[in-house]
Design a protein around this ligand. Structure first.
Ligand SMILES: [Zn+2]
Length: 279
């Protein structure tokens, strides 16, 4: 562990801790891509969130009241992935956080779980001040417009851009069995939820499979995402990477044809526009 890492952590602690006393891991909190609720954070929002989540505590869902089950973010950074494009054709960026836990008898099992690569989803909640329609640029709350998120207009997907972030409340961990499919429930369908990066190999493949399902969804709705899940079952990591690339190409070249392929979705749940929970 670098000295600077310890220094950063000890800014948040009542006494200085040594390396042996701490457990450190990384999580991806959110990104700038359109999620299954047809919403996305702007790049500026990511930057704001990276400030606001600094020092924030995360909770593990399976035992939130137990002591020693909290982790705290001590560093954040925005990571760019030039090999990946967002649904709207932008450079993919995500907000990555480093968090620490003080090792205790109570959290020993939890830490082993994380080390063993048991998948954890991260969900965040924050306050969103403004939602902008991607088609006409209007402020959803102030003026409103005829465009509905998730629908296509002249071949362009309508989604809400989330900005003016004023508060970040919490982040939490939700244990997820490895077999859970993306898109089964709202909670797991969120593309912003990502696992611990210490869970690299198995985690990366699951993430990739989920990403492919999501991209397929944007090209052909639920039918396409279900179909690709079945057809890609036997694929290895390299084949999956290629499959993702071809979907990304397809989306980049997307035309009005896509609109006809999109399923008629149930109206997405709308929040009241104040507290915004990314579950
Ligand atoms: Zn509009």
């Amino acid at each position: 562990m670098q000295k600077s890492v310890l220094e950063k952590i000890n800014r948040f602690t009542r006494r200085d801790f040594t390396e042996d006393e701490l457990y450190i891991f990384s999580v991806v909190l959110c990104d700038n891509d359109v999620d299954r609720d047809y919403e996305c954070f702007t790049d500026k929002s990511l930057e704001k969130l990276s400030e606001l989540f600094m020092g924030k505590t995360g909770i593990f869902d399976h035992n939130p009241s137990a002591s020693g089950q909290n982790a705290r973010i001590f560093d954040t950074e925005i990571e760019e992935d030039l090999s990946r494009v967002t649904v709207y054709g932008g450079v993919y960026r995500c907000l990555k956080a480093k968090a620490y836990m003080v090792r205790t008898d109570e959290n020993r099992d939890l830490i082993s779980e994380i080390d063993a690569g048991i998948k954890k989803e991260v969900s965040i909640s924050c306050r969103v001040g403004k939602r902008t329609c991607s088609i006409c640029g209007c402020d959803r709350e102030k003026t409103g417009c005829v465009h509905q998120k998730g629908k296509f207009y002249d071949g362009k997907l309508c989604y809400d851009m989330l900005s003016d972030i004023t508060d970040a409340y919490e982040w939490s961990f939700v244990a997820v069995p490895a077999q859970v499919n993306a898109g089964v429930t709202k909670k797991f369908s969120d593309c912003r939820t990502t696992g611990f990066t210490s869970d690299r190999d198995a985690g990366a493949e699951r993430e990739l499979r989920r990403e492919i399902k999501r991209l397929a969804y944007f090209t052909g709705g639920k039918t396409a995402s279900d179909a690709v899940e079945i057809s890609s079952r036997g694929m290895n990591f390299g084949e999956l990477v290629n499959l993702r690339k071809s979907y990304e190409k397809l989306i980049r070249k997307s035309s009005g044809v896509r609109a006809e392929l999109m399923p008629v979705e149930d109206k997405p749940e709308d929040s009241d526009g104040s507290a915004f929970s990314m579950k």
